[in-house]
Design a protein around this ligand. Structure first.
Ligand code: SAM
Ligand code: SF4
Length: 469
């Protein structure tokens, strides 16, 4: 059945969301334990249950929530973590999002749009560091329509660096397009289409997005419907935390996910929960009107892990090192690393300064340093793109994920891609640390498939690349 997106309304009923938040503010330990028991079976949570856990203040119950999230994370995702880098293609923007350094009124920001040659150079630098998955990021400007964005995606896929690096999955974070525009992106082979609603509270949204195309709340709210209608199976959603009450925006985000699931049979592939960070000439970002404490933020991530156990949770370098490490255990399944948030900043040191970035980055370490810490923490870094390339996306992926597929396929694929990284890109220190780690992971992993995995790992050591299950 074809979906007529022009007939969609605001399915986020604000009164109903507030009602759910308020009715579940009372803390009944028996109910909380019951909810955690249900969450432990990886069945997810309804909105009322999520709202209840989100507001738990008791330290012991909070620890029980964190514990449940760690167990679900481990049971479903094991100890692998997917890595990617953002690549900013243009910071030209005709919107005036009050909190963003790229807003049109920020005349101090040097505007830059990468040419095809500059884009290739940025990609080659990221490839030479070992990246295989990129998130392309764009300001919104009438100059840059779907065809132009598609061309940049094509350029990225076609760029192969000297060290035999290639980008195997290009995800996109750009302003919402119409169905035709999304179809153009789908045809050029994007992975996930990502777009954050920022806040689901319409009055706050209107205040913070006064002009430009982005002021149309519903156009943005229906973006994922249009993307899915156009055949993009994997969509990534999020809320920018700090703009409005985090309890409202978290429950609304889950309601948005539930709406997609009921309409398309599959919810979002990933969720993001960026916290507002200081940005050039964006006063509001220095003093978020609804800042969350670290404790509230960690609980939010744990609750998302329990509420949508099979949905990827993405963490950017907005957060600092210690927080990133903790959230890894609580539920995050994808991390960006070594990020720069200015077009050209990977190749041109002139643009690698904190004052020109879109927002302040909290973790400035290189990819190799991040990897070393991940391994020390017992995780396998992964650049696997097998599912996307074998058509295991959307509903198909979710079906497999619910049947233990992640442990059976994703884990060996993580080890294969990590071994490629160790052969081609790792520093001496990382290799010394990681080689025994990989051997131990193979020896201590499931016996089923071990022989084939060992054989493929040694084929990689002999020079073969891009092997996956
Ligand atoms: N221009 C497109 C849009 O607005 O959807 C995509 C690119 S925009 C750079 C990507 C995201 O950055 C936004 O959706 C917003 O959530 C986030 N962002 C903007 N300003 C930020 C800030 N000061 N701190 C943290 N994240 C911010
Ligand atoms: Fe432009 Fe996006 Fe920044 Fe808004 S958030 S000013 S649309 S780049």
């Amino acid at each position: 059945m074809k979906l007529d997106t022009s007939e969609l309304d605001n399915f986020i009923d604000e009164e109903a969301i507030w009602d759910i938040v308020n009715r579940n503010a009372v803390q009944d330990p028996v109910r909380i334990r019951d909810i955690l028991d249900k969450a432990g079976e990886a069945k997810g949570l309804d909105l009322a249950e999520a709202a209840c856990l989100l507001q738990v203040e008791d330290p012991e119950l909070n620890e029980a929530i964190a514990d449940a999230a760690r167990r679900i994370k481990h049971a479903i995702y094991g100890n692998r973590i997917v890595l990617f880098a953002p690549l900013y293609v243009t910071n030209e923007c005709s919107n005036r999002c009050v909190y963003c350094g790229f807003k049109e009124t920020n005349t101090e920001l040097i505007r830059r749009t990468l040419t095809s040659e500059e884009l290739k150079r940025e990609v080659a630098v990221l490839e030479d560091l070992g990246h295989k998955r990129l998130l392309l990021v764009y300001g919104e400007h009438p100059k840059f329509g779907a065809d132009w964005i598609a061309e940049t995606v094509r350029t990225v896929y076609e760029t192969v660096s000297e060290k035999s690096g290639e980008i195997r999955r290009v995800n996109i974070n750009c302003a919402p397009l119409d169905v035709e525009g999304f179809r153009t992106l789908h045809e050029v082979g994007i992975g996930t289409y990502q777009c954050f609603q920022e806040t689901y509270h319409t009055k706050t949204y209107a205040d913070l997005h006064p002009t430009g195309h982005k002021k149309h709340f519903l156009w943005r709210l229906h973006a994922m419907h249009r993307a899915m209608e156009a055949g993009i199976d994997d969509v990534g959603m999020g809320a920018l935390l700090g703009l409005y009450d985090y309890r409202f925006d978290t429950i609304a985000l889950l309601a948005h996910a539930a709406e997609l699931e009921s309409r398309f049979g599959v919810g979002p592939h990933t969720l993001s929960f960026p916290r507002l960070e200081p940005a050039l000439n964006a006063e509001l970002a220095f003093n978020p009107p609804h800042a969350l404490t670290d404790a509230q933020f960690k609980r939010l991530v744990a609750v998302l892990r329990l509420a949508v156990p099979f949905t990827g949770l993405i963490l950017s370098t907005r957060e600092g090192r210690a927080m990133r490490r903790e959230l890894l255990d609580l539920g995050v399944s994808q991390l960006s690393a070594g990020s720069r948030t200015y077009p050209g900043a990977y190749t041109d040191p002139e643009y690698d300064r904190p004052d020109v970035q879109q927002f302040c980055v909290g973790d400035n370490r290189s990819l190799d340093e991040v990897i070393r810490e991940i391994v020390q923490h017992g995780y396998i870094p992964s650049w696997c793109t097998a599912c996307y390339r074998l058509g295991r996306t959307g509903e198909e992926f979710m079906k497999l994920a619910k049947n233990g597929f992640i442990q059976e396929f994703c884990r060996p694929n993580a080890l294969l891609t990590f071994n490629e990284y160790l052969q081609d890109y790792a520093s001496h220190a990382t290799r010394e640390l990681a080689e025994p780690f990989v051997r131990a992971e193979v020896a201590n992993g499931p016996e089923k498939g071990r022989q084939v995995l060992m054989e493929r790992l040694s084929r990689i050591e002999q020079g073969e690349r891009d092997l996956y299950f």
